[in-house]
Design a protein around this ligand. Structure first.
Ligand code: ITT
Length: 179
């Protein structure tokens, strides 16, 4: 059993489909520190969650963000805040007339067990487009890879190429060597 500290059920679905161990969602709202890189955010979140829950069981957290190249990497670590405030369609409109519509998603899974914190990252590159598709969550409808947005793919298809799929796969490979 892996304890995944997150308030985002979509993340739990994706991670559960990817791992061959059961995943338990733990809804603890850790502080997301202000940092330019999501690795620091994930590390701090895993350490805080492990200490706050306090029963000695290992935890993972996952932090992710969308980095739009024409906008200097915005919204990056602030992706959740920007989604909540202006919404994903507004982010697509910001680059609609820009010659460079490239962007990438990053994901970092951080594992903490009291002795150590380990991080595993993933990245997928794509293009910002007007929204298409009704699968996935968050920025999926405006992020296109190989002609399809992530919202036009099934969870399994998304996991095969996504930032989170890669980070979780790297975590899973390491985790299997631990028991
Ligand atoms: P936590 O409780 O795990 O923090 P969260 O939804 O707040 O859940 P983050 O802080 O990692 O997650 O914020 C990530 C933001 O990027 C948020 O707006 C997501 O909707 C978006 N995002 C992350 N991964 C995504 C993906 O695979 N597809 C689309 N949007 C994604």
């Amino acid at each position: 059993m892996i304890r995944f500290v997150t308030g985002n059920e979509n993340k739990v679905t994706e991670v559960s489909e990817h791992l061959d161990v059961p995943v338990e969602q733990f809804d603890y709202d850790y502080v997301e520190i202000q940092a330019d890189d999501i690795t620091s955010v994930a590390r701090a979140g895993a350490a805080e969650s492990y200490d706050a829950i306090g029963d000695g069981d290992a935890v993972i957290v996952e932090d992710s963000g969308l980095f739009v190249h024409a906008l200097g990497g915005f919204p990056g670590p602030y992706s959740a805040y920007v989604e909540e405030t202006i919404g994903v369609e507004a982010v697509a409109r910001l680059t609609a007339d820009h010659p460079d519509r490239t962007a990438h998603f990053e994901s970092v899974v951080a594992y903490a067990d009291g002795n150590r914190i380990k991080t595993f990252s993933g990245r997928v590159d794509g293009l910002i487009v007007p929204p298409r598709g009704d699968g996935g969550f968050g920025y999926d409808p405006i992020f296109e890879v190989d002609g399809q947005t992530l919202a036009e793919r099934t969870t399994e298809e998304k996991n095969e190429l996504s930032h989170r799929g890669q980070a979780v796969e790297r975590f899973a490979q390491w985790y299997r060597t631990q028991s």
